[in-house]
Design a protein around this ligand. Structure first.
Ligand code: PLP
Length: 411
């Protein structure tokens, strides 16, 4: 791949980018280079308009009738159906509900109830904290009947054995963006008779996924990252169609009942994905997500992945050209082994990121020394990458001690 070698060449690449027109669907402040879309995706105009309509027209005018007349009750299923093609699932395999952490609990507890004589869950040490804490909580709840094995990623495969009932892995690592080979590890789990649950939080909307082809059992993921659903937007969960009737969430709640409006005392799980509904969903958050998901209707994920790789390679190439000995790539160098963000280590990473943010380049920091930049192909341009690394170079040169700021609560 020959990448642009000047700012003017970046502009030429932008001019012929098939995704370039999508940027206009986002509200982006001029002068800001937003590279934190893997933590909180940018606002689409459609999201704002849809949330406004939900509040003013539906809630405001039609009040409780909206659950029927505006289809609020089915919205978790309709939005699941819109996410399904992005992960290679069918419409009846995906539900939007709760948060990613809660959905992990629902599915891991469901797997625990079907564990038979097996007693182990295998995961990666250094996985996203919730992905370990939720499992530890589940082990405590089980009265230590189950055991959580968290090992470095190179050892994960060897730990999956006949005592394993569930493997829980994050497809794209939240810090380093390193990819797991989803089909191969899914095959490996199945060969041992274990189920596998993939956390797709940093994958969905960033690259192509085909859960069906790999026969993955379960998946969860965020919608406020690459799907731009808004801060704290509801998450999704996937259960492969042929497993749905055997899988009962440990969080049984009224909206997941077969007949919620019968208000009976005994729990009877609804068929299919509906049993994974818990309590009343936040309709305003659903509306914001619904607006954002519309953007994906016309998008080919192959274009997204190709541009993501080009933006990432350009970013890394430009950083390497800076020749700074202190800033080191913490993501895999091979594009095929990375998701859509790039991590670098730097001994004063927090201060460096604060200085970048002060100059209008927004990425983020993850302790102890990692700075991350998300390359979101829907709204970032080649020229943004060029400018961001130019500014990074200036900051690295200036060593401006006055920029050493106190840490904020959210890094
Ligand atoms: C962002 C992220 C989450 C977030 O979970 P919430 O319940 O939405 O806070 C979970 N897992 C992974 C891998 C993530 O990257």
């Amino acid at each position: 791949m020959t990448l642009p070698a000047s700012r003017a060449e970046c502009e030429a690449w932008d001019a012929r980018d098939p995704l370039a027109p999508v940027r206009a669907r986002f509200q982006l402040k001029s002068g800001l280079i937003y590279m934190d879309g893997n933590s909180l995706g940018a606002l689409t105009h459609d999201s704002a308009a849809r949330a406004r309509a939900m509040i003013e027209d539906e809630w405001g005018n039609d009040l409780i009738r909206s659950w029927n007349v505006h289809g609020w009750f089915d919205l978790p299923h309709r939005l699941g159906a819109k996410i399904a093609p992005l992960i290679g699932a069918t419409a009846d395999e995906v539900l939007v509900a709760d948060s990613t952490s809660v959905n992990l609990f629902k599915l891991a507890s469901a797997a625990m109830m079907n564990r038979g004589a097996r007693h182990r869950i295998v995961t990666e040490s250094g996985n996203f904290p919730s992905d370990i804490y939720v499992l530890q909580g589940l082990a405590a709840l089980s009265g230590a009947a189950i055991e959580i094995i968290a090992v470095p990623r190179t050892e994960v495969i060897d730990c999956i054995d006949e005592s394993t009932f569930l493997v829980v892995l994050t497809h794209v690592h939240y810090k380093t963006a390193e990819l797991f080979d989803l089909p191969a590890i899914t095959r490996r789990a199945h060969a041992s008779g274990a189920r596998i649950l993939w956390d797709l939080s940093h994958s969905v909307g960033a690259l192509e996924l085909d859960l069906h082809a790999s026969r993955a059992d379960f998946a969860i993921g965020c919608t406020y990252k690459y799907l731009n659903g808004g801060p704290g937007a509801p998450a999704f969960l996937y259960v492969r169609r042929d497993l749905q009737d055997q899988v009962q969430p440990g969080l049984a709640a009224w909206m997941g009942h077969a007949a919620p409006f019968d208000f009976t005392d005994d729990y009877d799980p609804a068929p299919g994905m509906a049993r994974h509904r818990s309590g009343t969903p936040s309709m305003i958050a659903f509306a914001a997500l619904e607006g954002a998901l519309g953007v994906w209707d016309d998008i080919d994920l192959r274009d997204v992945r190709r541009k993501s790789v080009e933006l990432s390679e350009l970013f890394i190439g430009c950083v390497e050209a800076l020749g700074s000995p202190e800033i080191l790539l913490a993501s895999p160098r091979a594009a095929a082994r990375r998701g859509s963000h790039i991590a670098f280590s730097h001994p004063r990473g927090y201060e460096l990121m604060q200085a970048l943010i002060a100059r209008g380049v927004i990425g983020d920091f993850r302790a102890p020394d990692i700075i991350r930049f998300a390359l979101t192909p829907l709204y970032l341009r080649y020229v943004d990458v060029w400018d961001a690394v130019t500014i990074l170079g200036e900051v690295l040169l200036s060593h401006d001690r006055t920029e050493l700021l106190r840490r904020n609560a959210v890094t």
